[in-house]
Write a protein that binds this ligand. Structure first.
Ligand SMILES: [Zn+2]
Length: 96
């Protein structure tokens, strides 16, 4: 789960990441930055034509991981817990 830190959707979330493009550092986040695309007849998502909602990726630098314990976006560090590297919240030290 992530929250949005800046831009038009600032303060929104926590919501789920749908997909992430590591090369361009952009992520599609559920319910954030949807656009209406007008399509012609025969489009697989809208056979009769019209408008379809498509998600648009936003830059990952505008996102922060959401800590359910702190109930806000937080920075994380990695720590060895029981021999496994886990993400740990920098504020409350709980692993995410
Ligand atoms: Zn926390």
């Amino acid at each position: 789960m992530v929250v949005v830190l800046s831009g038009n959707f600032r303060g929104q979330g926590p919501s789920k990441i749908v997909s992430i493009d590591r090369d361009s550092r952009r992520a599609i986040v559920e319910g954030i930055n949807n656009a209406l695309k007008h399509v012609k007849r025969g489009h697989p998502k809208s056979p009769q034509g019209g408008r379809v909602t498509i998600p648009v990726a936003i830059d990952v630098s505008n996102l922060a991981l959401h800590c359910s314990n702190c109930n806000r976006g937080v920075r994380v560090k990695s720590q060895m817990i029981d021999g496994a590297k886990r993400r740990v919240c920098c504020r409350c030290q709980k692993f995410l």
